[in-house]
Write a protein that binds this ligand. Structure first.
Ligand code: 0RA
Length: 632
């Protein structure tokens, strides 16, 4: 055994110890070990490249999913430090890849993605990878080291000269950790990279999937302003271009773009060092207070607003905005670290908005007046809705006493055990009522299509019978009053035919839940039933298949003479078959509806449910199968 090998055995034991914590509790470092956690590995490496771009050292990050399913991330930043670190007696590259805390010690970038829940560095990725190869180019040389589950295969080697700087990381996730899947999803990564490019207009992100040949380049000179225009692509702006401004206060960079549309939804994306903060925090408080103040001030000075005052919800009706901050050492709060706590951010944002938005209004009085008028309409709508709701309440329509006559309720009263099936059509509704387990399953048949809430004034929704039936049956009220703790069923299951009409009804229901009962989706209470598409039978044997290839397998299994019937609708199944295939908790398949990215979901619903035909057509062609299996 030579000397190097002996040193390497000692080093390996140390590396194993260092990353042992990561392998023991991966969730602590990357959130989870499901598909979401898997993708965090990629974000972790790409974010390092983005950090280099934010600090002005890198311009391009290139991400490739290789044919073998591994992933390569290349950036043109400074390169991970390499060469012997005298104090530790170890190569700096090896330290960065095997020591949980080394990266931060070496890297003093002011604005770092790192700092959120994850931002833990490449060593975590290394520890959770079956194998990883790290290459760093700097000081005229190319350095390389490879690893298995974080343990170096040998010392750092100089593998050649180099006339560039940058880092290349290639890794394959460890299937022992990621037991659900080790396969990267193109769209998940694509969405993340697009966001990152919008938030870092200097950076270019190139993405290629060699498994399929798909590739895309993300680079947006217009930054957050282009982000807002992208989100609003299927909406109609009440002014032509997004309003964009930026400013700096005490080392905090504030970048904001906003555009009002003619719909009623509020969609504000907030980010700190490109980390999404869906729960808002101090920067959002600063934004909201300054927006309300600036619009009220302008409205009063210009005489458009007399004594009335617009409240926060009035000035945000129909608003799409991006608030992006870059600041040193941000503090995140809350269980999922999705909320900014740093108090300095509030003053920085409100000061920039107060100054810059007022300035914009003075220079663009027509736009300013349109925004104030939009706020006035929202205020009037809010007051009318309040009156209408009081009237409805007096009539007792929202009382649980007046459950809709069409609802076949279950006998169980504990919501956590109860399920509500919303069924397309009276005939399928009839089968479901007969086939169900009436102990815990309730059935609400729908007559045809429900109202498209995307296009209706919020205050008017309860005028529609089907919306009222759904609202009363679910039991948590609607809109701003929605209270998820009051719902009567913990599983709300959408059961429609597997055809275009069924997909449309499913989308209308999801739009209602997303716009008017969002916590219902956020808390995981909404499901899509998955009725089978085929029944394959021979003699006494029968197999239900949910896809064409499954059907072919079933035919092969049952042998010659098997009969195949295709279900065109739920109505073709008798009550027993509906129970066996779609409702029996022991056998059924169901899809839980999740919101991975609220802003993207907003865009999706605007496209699917909006006025414009062309973007909807383009979207449906591009995502034909997802529209049917809408998995937001
Ligand atoms: C530590 C220190 C420095 C850069 C990096 C780490 C670094 C890490 C990664 C990971 C992927 N790409 C990366 N690029 C850079 C700064 C080194 C210096 O001061 O030259």
């Amino acid at each position: 055994m030579d000397g190097t090998q002996e040193v390497y055995d000692a080093n390996s034991i140390e590396a194993l110890k260092g990353l042992e914590a990561v392998r023991k509790r991966p969730g602590m470092y990357i959130g989870s070990t499901d598909s979401r956690g898997l993708h965090h590995l990629v974000y972790e490496v790409v974010d390092n490249g983005i950090d280099e771009a934010m600090a002005g050292y890198a311009t391009e990050v290139r991400v490739t999913i290789n044919e073998d399913g591994s992933i390569t991330v290349i950036d043109d930043g400074r390169g991970i430090p390499a060469g012997m670190n005298q104090k530790e007696g170890k190569d700096a590259l090896e330290m960065c890849l095997t020591d949980l805390h080394a990266g931060g010690k070496f890297n003093q970038n002011a604005y770092k993605v790192s700092g959120g829940l994850h931002g833990v560095g490449v060593s975590v990725v290394n520890g959770l990878s079956k194998w990883l190869v790290a290459e760093s180019e700097r000081d005229g040389k190319k350095f390389r080291q490879s690893y298995h589950i974080g343990v170096p295969d040998g010392p750092v080697e100089v593998v050649g000269p180099s006339d560039r700087t940058g880092t290349t990381i290639t890794f394959f996730p460890d299937g022992d950790i990621f037991q659900e899947t080790t396969s990267f999803d193109y769209e998940t990564l694509e969405n993340r990279f697009r966001n990152q490019a919008f938030l870092n207009k200097e950076a270019t992100i190139r993405f290629e999937d060699r498994r399929t040949g798909k590739s895309e380049t993300f680079h947006y000179e217009g930054g957050v302003s282009e982000f807002v225009a992208y989100l609003n692509a299927a909406k109609k702006g009440i002014h032509e271009k997004p309003i964009a401004f930026s400013g700096e206060r005490n080392g905090i960079l504030v970048d904001i773009a906003l555009q009002y549309t003619d719909d009623y939804n509020e969609e504000i994306g907030s980010f700190v060092n490109t980390i999404s903060t869906p729960e808002g925090g101090t920067h959002m408080t600063g934004f909201k207070t300054a927006l309300t103040k600036t619009i009220n001030d302008y409205g009063r000075e210009g005489g458009i607003l007399k004594d009335a005052a617009l409240d926060g919800s009035d000035v945000r009706e129909g608003l799409t905005a991006i608030v992006s901050l870059k600041m040193p050492d941000p503090q995140f709060e809350g269980q999922t670290k999705a909320k900014l706590g740093s108090s300095a951010a509030q003053g920085a944002v409100s000061s920039v908005v107060n100054e810059k938005l007022a300035e914009y209004f003075l220079e663009n009085p027509a736009v300013a007046a349109a925004i104030v008028r939009k706020g006035v309409l929202a205020m009037e709508g809010r007051e009318a809705a309040k009156k209408a709701k009081e009237a409805t309440r007096r009539k007792g329509a929202l009382d649980s006493m007046s459950l809709p006559g069409k609802l076949a309720d279950c006998s169980e009263r504990d919501p956590s055990k109860c399920e509500l099936y919303i069924v397309e059509g009276e005939s399928a509704g009839g089968s479901a009522k007969q086939g169900r387990d009436r102990e815990f399953q309730a059935i609400l048949p729908l007559r045809g299509k429900i109202l498209n809430v995307e296009k209706a004034r919020p205050g008017k929704l309860l005028d529609h019978e089907e919306i009222r039936n759904l609202t009363v049956a679910i039991g948590g009220s609607i809109g701003k009053d929605f209270d998820v703790s009051k719902i009567r069923y913990h599983r709300v299951v959408i059961m429609t035919d597997a055809d275009v009409d069924g997909a449309h009804i499913g989308t209308l229901l999801l739009t209602l839940f997303y716009r008017q009962m969002r916590p219902l989706i956020e808390s995981g209470h909404v499901f899509m039933a998955m009725p089978p598409l085929y029944r394959v039978a021979k003699g006494k044997k029968e197999i239900y298949a949910y896809a064409e290839d499954e059907m072919a397998r079933a035919v092969a299994e049952l042998g010659d003479g098997a009969s195949v019937s295709r279900y065109k609708g739920l109505g073709e199944m008798n009550p027993q078959q509906l129970w066996d295939t779609t409702m029996d908790p022991e056998k059924r398949m169901m899809k839980q509806v999740r919101i991975e990215d609220a802003m993207l979901a907003d865009k999706l619903f605007s496209i699917l449910m909006g006025d414009d035909v062309e973007p909807r057509r383009a979207f449906i062609i591009e995502h034909a199968h997802e529209v049917i299996n809408l998995d937001v």
